[in-house]
Each structure stands twice: as C-alpha cells, then as structure tokens.
Write a new protein. Structure first.
Length: 256
C-alpha cells in the first residue's frame, strides 16, 4: 500500500480519490474529486507526481488515457474536458458546448476520439482532438446521469450505464454506427438518434423537444464547434462557421 503525498482538505475532510486508469507505460493515474488534482504513480520507482488542475474545485471524475499517453479528464463542475500532456506537464481545457452538462466520465476510442458522458445534459459528447470539435449525441431518456462508459474495440460501439435522478430503473445504452446526418443547432452539432439513422440507440426515439429543434434547424452537416490548442491554449467558439480559429479560452501550466 502506498500513501499519496497530498495534504488533507482545509476542513480535514478527504480529497476523495476517484478515477483510476493504467497508462500504456504501466504508470497509474488518478483523479481527486474534491482535491482537484491529477496524480501519477510509477510502480517501478514508487514515486508520485502531483498536478493541480487549472481551476480549483473543478471536480475531476473518471479519466482515461490515450495510446500516446495523453490524459483526458472530465471536469464536472467547470463543464470542461481537460487534456494533460505528461511530457510538457501542461493542461489544456476545452469548454463543452452545452451549458451545465456536468461531464462525468471520459473514454478514448481506438481512433483517438474522446467520448464524454454527462450527468446533466442527457447526451454523450464525442471530441475530436485533431479537428478540435465536439459532436453531441442525445440520449432517448431525459434525466440520464451517465456514470460509466466503455467502448467495444472490435466494433467501436459505445456502451454506457445511467444512474438517473430522480431514481428509476437503471439503463444500459448503446451508440453505434460510424456516422449519421448532423444537424447544427445554435452552433452545436447534433447526431440524429432513431431507427432510420446510421447512428442509433437501443432505447426509443429522442425526446420530443429534440425532434422539434431538429425540424426547425435551417442547415445540416456543418461542424461549427471548435477549440484551439495553439501555443498551449484552449478555446471554444459556438457560432463560427467561417473555419477561422477562435480566440483562446484559457491556458494553464501546472507545477510538478
């Protein structure tokens, strides 16, 4: 057993160790939900690295690690997806394009995309690190607090489990299909979910309010949610259809 060298919270409470994943180099990474830190443990040297997330009390939850070693962290309270480069020791944050989505869990697919389950938006978000875009997949059932995601490496299908609030029968959902018609709504790209779409859910059709918004959408097939990592910065532009890179949102470095 190894004791993590972090101080207790000011009130003496726990920092609440939360997400835990093993990296390709066999290092172990962990988030602290209340402590707001990303922790690396090297089993070979038995040494720790402690990295404070850019924003205090960001509520990092279930992280994941890409094959290249980059760590992806959902920031529950700041509504952001954080990228941590273990080489430069630098964080980059990406704002989710839906307010108060409450990102809960992140999983990296074999193609490098990052899927993020939310607790407050009834959707799963797919982030493309190369294009720096979000694609949003609405779930059929409202009140879906997505606690866990996993990705089938054979098919690319995304599986999730919800622990809804108010409490109801737990559900397992599946997102499948390489693509679908996209509908930009207020600068956000939505995937259709239904029987006739290439991307479909195991549950029923999307909620009525999603159908109404989709019917009134004037355009289709335009990716407009973008972020920037130029010079280590991050950004999000919810309305830019010109293809220009947006103004950076924020940039942060962390002590080691």
């Amino acid at each position: 057993m190894f004791e993590i060298p972090v101080p207790p919270m000011p009130d003496g409470g726990s920092t609440i160790p939360y997400g835990l994943r093993a990296a390709p180099d066999v290092s172990i990474w962990m988030t602290e939900l209340v402590g707001g830190r990303l922790v690396k443990f090297d089993p070979a040297t038995e040494e720790f690295e402690i990295h404070a997330l850019p924003t205090p009390y960001s509520g990092p939850r279930r992280l994941d690690i890409a094959p290249d070693g980059v760590v992806w962290v959902p920031e529950f309270t700041t509504n952001r997806l954080a990228r941590f480069d273990p080489v430069t020791k630098r964080f980059t944050e990406y704002e989710l394009p839906v307010p108060d989505a409450l990102p809960y869990v992140a999983r990296v697919a074999s193609d490098g995309s990052v899927w993020v389950g939310t607790a407050g938006a009834d959707l799963v978000s797919r982030f493309d690190p190369a294009q720096e875009t979000f694609v949003l997949v609405p779930l059929p059932t409202t009140g879906s607090l997505i606690r866990h995601l996993d990705i089938d490496p054979r098919t690319g299908e995304v599986w999730g489990v919800t622990g809804d609030f108010p409490p109801r029968s737990p559900r397992i959902f599946r997102i499948r299909g390489p693509g679908a018609a996209v509908i930009p709504l207020a600068g956000v790209v939505w995937f259709g979910v239904g029987q006739d779409d290439p991307l479909e859910s195991t549950e029923s059709d999307i909620p009525a309010y999603m159908v109404q918004r989709a019917m009134t959408a004037p355009e289709r097939g335009v990716l407009v949610v973008r972020g920037s990592t130029d010079d280590g910065s991050a950004g999000a532009d919810h309305h830019n259809r010109s293809g220009e890179r947006p103004t950076p949102l924020r940039t942060n470095t962390t002590p080691t």
